[in-house]
Every structure is written in C-alpha cells, then in structure tokens.
Design a protein around this ligand. Structure first.
Ligand code: NAP
Length: 254
C-alpha cells in the first residue's frame, strides 16, 4: 500500500458493479480513498463492502451525462474534493435488442444520442469538472475505460458504442496534451471481452464465438482490467501520457 495513495482520492464512475467496482476495490486496496459514482442504488452496497474490508469508500449517485448533476461533484465530495488525485471514467452503456446491437439502419437516433451522451459526453463533463483540483495539486491521473471497439471492428457492439469509444480516445489524447504541462496524465485502457453483467447481456453464443479470436483462450476478469488501471494511476506510470493499453488477452494487436 502506497503512502502517497492515501492523499490521492480516486473517483470512479460506473462503479456499482462490473469493471468499475473492481477498479474501485483495487484502488482502495492500494490505499486510495475511493468515491464510487453510479446511477444504480447498488453502488451503496458496493461501497459498504469496501468499508467493511477496512477501506475508505463513499458512494454517490451520479448520472455522468447530466451536466447539472456533474456540476455538483465538489459539493458531493465535500472535504475529499481538494484531495482528488485520480479520475477513472468508466461509466458506459451498450444497448442491445435480444442480446444483439442494432444495425445502423435500425438504430433510433435517441439510442445513438444516449450512448454518445453517457459514454463520451459523460467522460467530458466529469473530466472537465475534475480539472481544477487535479491541476491545483499539479499531480493527477485520468484514465478512460475505452474498448476494443475503439481500436478495430466490432461484431458485438453497435456503431454508437464504437463511435463513442473511439471519441473517448480522441478526448484522452486532447486532454493529455492540455493537462500534461500541469502534471496530470491522461491514458486509456481498451478492454477486450471481460466477464461482467454488460458482457453477459450478449446473445447466447456471442461470447463463445469471441473466444476463437483470443490467443489466451478465455475472457478477462474485471480484476485484470483493474490491475492495469491501478498501474496507470500510480507513480510507476509517470512517463505514460496519451497512451492506450489493450487489455484483451491478445484479441487485438495493433
Ligand atoms: P456494467 O457491468 O454494465 O457496469 C457499468 C456501470 O455503469 C453500471 O453500474 C451502469 O449502470 C453504470 N452506468 C451506466 N450509465 C451510467 C451513467 N449515465 N452514469 C453513471 N453510471 C452509469 O459494464 P462493465 O462491463 O463493467 O463496463 C464498464 C466499462 O467498461 C464500460 O465503459 C464499458 O463500455 C467498458 N468495457 C466493457 C467491456 C466488457 O467486455 N465488459 C469491454 C470493453 C469495454 P446501469 O446498469 O444502470 O447501466
């Protein structure tokens, strides 16, 4: 456990379950006080289980796509706000109809907008809100949870999802340029197939078919993504900025 981590509050969005919950748990285990933000009520019990393991963890209800709600972050975090050191933009959605993404020809514009709002604009809004405390301490880490769908074709995710995650990588690069001089690094993680409620929502046979493209021969766990995020959030990643790390068992190799 790092002594420095104790003074670096970590805010993780979409942290009620899945990859976000694993990231919050991993950062908490590394000594960070963690704030778990989610739209789901389940976020309370996820944070409570971290507290019962002896960690400092707080749950907040937050829809990352709601600009007014995001503007309340300083108030919601209270005394933790000035100690913010790590932001993980993890909240994301991947709508499916009977386990499959709609094709563009069948996609309602509302669904397109909702995915862009949550996956891309949400990360923009939360990042923008968090810049003042991170820049003020001249040390910070922002990590975007993108997707393999931002790196190559996807037969599982919809066009809205792929577009939002590709946009997230562009946002990360722009922020990396803007915030680097202020001591804040911005990097992305692009998970392949990870066993979470989102992935389990795929139509039967989808995950099995994906396995053929994974040299490691298995899906990943949320904890395997969380370990990479913890590295990016640490002092050990001090010279990584604007990078994307693929965490997919080799399913995508640039
Ligand atoms: P998940 O199990 O669905 O968890 C995502 C969490 O984010 C859920 O609690 C979700 O609540 C919440 N959320 C959704 N919209 C939100 C909003 N507007 N504001 C705040 N929280 C919100 O998904 P996951 O598989 O852990 O995915 C986490 C991230 O990894 C996502 O960005 C996803 O795109 C990315 N990813 C996942 C995989 C994979 O294979 N699992 C692969 C590549 C990338 P609801 O249940 O209400 O939506």
């Amino acid at each position: 456990m790092s002594a420095a981590a104790r003074d670096r509050v970590a805010l993780v969005t979409g942290a009620a379950r899945g990859i976000g919950a694993a990231i919050a748990a991993r950062l908490a285990a590394g000594g960070h006080p963690v704030v778990l933000a989610d739209v789901l009520d389940e976020v309370d019990s996820t944070a409570a289980s971290l507290r019962s393991a002896g960690h400092e963890a707080r749950a907040i209800r937050l829809d990352v796509s709601d600009e007014a709600a995001v503007a309340e972050l300083p108030r919601l975090l209270g005394g933790l706000w000035d100690r913010l050191g790590v932001l993980v933009n993890n909240a994301g959605i991947s709508p499916k109809a009977e386990g499959r993404a709609r094709r563009v020809r069948d996609m309602p514009a509302d669904e397109w907008r909702r995915v862009l709002d949550v996956n891309l604009t949400g990360a923009f809004l939360v990042s923008r809100a968090c810049i003042p405390p991170l820049a003020a301490r001249r040390w910070g880490r922002v990590v975007m949870i993108a997707s393999q769908a931002a790196r190559t074709k996807s037969r599982i995710a919809g066009a809205h999802y792929a577009a939002s995650k590709s946009g997230l990588l562009g946002l990360a690069r722009s922020l990396a340029v803007e915030l680097g001089p202020e001591g804040v690094t911005v990097n992305s993680v692009a998970p392949g197939r990870i066993d979470t409620p989102m992935a389990r929502g795929a139509a039967s046979g989808t995950n099995e078919a994906f396995l053929a493209d994974i040299p490691l021969g298995r899906t990943g766990s949320p904890e395997e993504v969380a370990d990479v995020v913890a590295f990016l959030a640490s002092d050990a990643a001090s010279y990584l900025n604007g990078a994307t790390i693929d965490v997919g068992g080799g399913s995508f190799m640039p």
